[in-house]
Design a protein around this ligand. Structure first.
Ligand code: PNS
Length: 161
């Protein structure tokens, strides 16, 4: 029997309720899902990578999603090399708007050309359509309440800072 593996990459700085929605739904569609934290040099980071990984692990465990979900980080080069290493043929991304489509389309085309890895876009639950990590970072930096947008583990971490 074919064991189908999907990879959900991102900065996850921090993981939001929008990310978790995509992770939960992907876990229902694929046999194994890898959530991979990747450093994005275009963005100024709020949290170190190891903390983003542990917050993802805690948030996924707290939510208790069924299915096999593995959290990892990748800093060894191309994301498609991670996919090849674990035997994944699909990347999964959440798409909230036309802006996301414009941002994701070139990456999807390049990843398919580089290694034949397809990208599947999932539309968000409308409840989370406006949520982004950059919005959370901005609200957090200005001392606002981020709890409507992030899982409890992340809200606690930000309140402690
Ligand atoms: O959450 P983000 O910051 O929008 O995620 C962007 C990310 C990390 C998925 C993207 O920058 C990426 O895929 N980086 C890996 C580097 C790579 O493989 N680049 C070449 C093909 S796009």
């Amino acid at each position: 029997m074919v064991h189908r593996i999907a990879v959900i990459p991102g900065s996850f700085d921090p993981v939001t309720l929008g990310h978790l929605d995509v992770i939960e739904r992907a876990a229902g569609l694929w046999d194994e899902v890898h959530v991979v934290v990747v450093h994005n040099p275009a963005k100024e980071a709020m949290l170190p990578i190891n903390e983003r990984v542990s917050l993802l692990e805690r948030s996924i465990a707290d939510a208790g999603y069924p299915g096999t979900i593995i959290v990892a980080s990748w800093s060894m080069g191309l994301l498609v090399d991670y996919c090849t290493d674990v035997g994944a043929h699909v990347l999964v991304k959440g798409i909230r708007s036309q802006v996301d489509v414009a941002y994701e389309t070139p990456m999807a085309i390049v990843n398919r050309k580089l290694a034949g890895v397809e990208t599947v876009f999932l539309l968000p639950d409308p409840a989370h359509g406006h949520v982004s990590s950059s919005l959370v970072r901005q609200v957090a930096a200005l001392g606002g309440d981020v709890s409507p947008y992030v899982p409890p583990a992340v809200a606690e971490r930000i309140q402690r800072a």
